[in-house]
Design a protein around this ligand. Sequence first.
Ligand SMILES: Cc1ncc(COP(=O)(O)O)c(C=O)c1O
Length: 399
Amino acid sequence: MPEFARRTRLRGGGELTAILAGSPPGVLSMTGGFPNPATFPTGELDEIAARLFREDAAVALQYTPCEGIASVRDYLVERQEQLQGRRPEPAELIVTSGGMECIAMMCQALIDPGDTIAVEEPSYLGALMAFAAAEADLVAIAMDDDGLRVDALAERLGAGLRPKFLYTIPEYQNPTGRTLSLDRRRELVELCRRHGVLIFEDVAYRELSFDGTSLPTLWSLAPDVVLQAGTFSKSFFPGVRLGWATGPAGVVAELAVVKQNTDQCAGGLGQRLVEEYGRAGGFERHLPATRALYASHWAALSAALERHMPAGAEWTEPTGGFMTWVTLPEELDTIALRPAAMEAGVAYVPGPPFHVGDAGRNTLRLSFSHLTEPELDTAVERLATVVGAALEPSPGWLA
Ligand SMILES: Cc1ncc(COP(=O)(O)O)c(C=O)c1O
């Protein structure tokens, strides 16, 4: 065997591999943040793909400019203006091969070993792994029901913390489902502007509010201090591996250079699919049904949690996205409970991997995107049985 690079020992990853591998038959899985296949617009895609093969092969099947196909970039600029009320300059936007690629590119562009990244905690596992592999020093900033605690960040910055950037997911956060309040958004951009800290805003779930409303993005409030990563994985389909980065021209230019060292360009076919679908009004036509589906799944999961979970368990109340975050009584350990849960036929992701240290032992993440509503009820019933059994006092003779 060759001697593998140091970063292979730093990045962790068992948890993500397990999520992507799926669960054994008979196990109801609430692990992955996978979109529900019922939301994939296959009929329209069929027609668009056939047309692209017939009429646009020279562009759609070819390598593309590193920053993306010009017409696709134009479309994304218009889309930013339509959805976020601010129109980026062409130099402020680049097409990416998805949100995760943007996270990796940000590390390559900005992080030397030992540099500091501030992250809200808990946070997206893929990002934490990428930051660890980049040998960053991670500083966790606490959250509450209104999202990142800006007062906690202010305290750290006041004490001299100077991160290369702050990573945050303002809407329906992965893993907690929480949303950063409007007041905090304003405070956060002001604070970071004052201290010269770049905000790395991940808007992966933003278009999936249950009621179709949304708060202003951090980038729209402060395009001078925010680099936004967006993805079509949740609102279109992840097989397309496509997203965008919008932010200060200097940062975007550096991302374009980095991209020459990764895949050089996002796939042309996916870019043209998104453009044609979007320009034909596909998102406006389909997203209401997609939102309604996830809202209904959440209603089912929420009712199941109320019905089955033992006293002492608490969970967040997302207003969009795929996830809720469950906190069990202090004495329980969700990593230790997992084999019993799998045995009972239910899978979840334990909380600790979403943390910088090993906090969160009594927490877990549930995704409600994928299972059917009756399955969600059964899955929670199984989980509640396992949790209930773990809470039962052991018989006196065992003590
Ligand atoms: C918060 C967040 N950011 C980024 C991603 C990755 O998105 P993509 O599929 O575009 O790489 C995910 C995927 O689950 C996510 O939850």
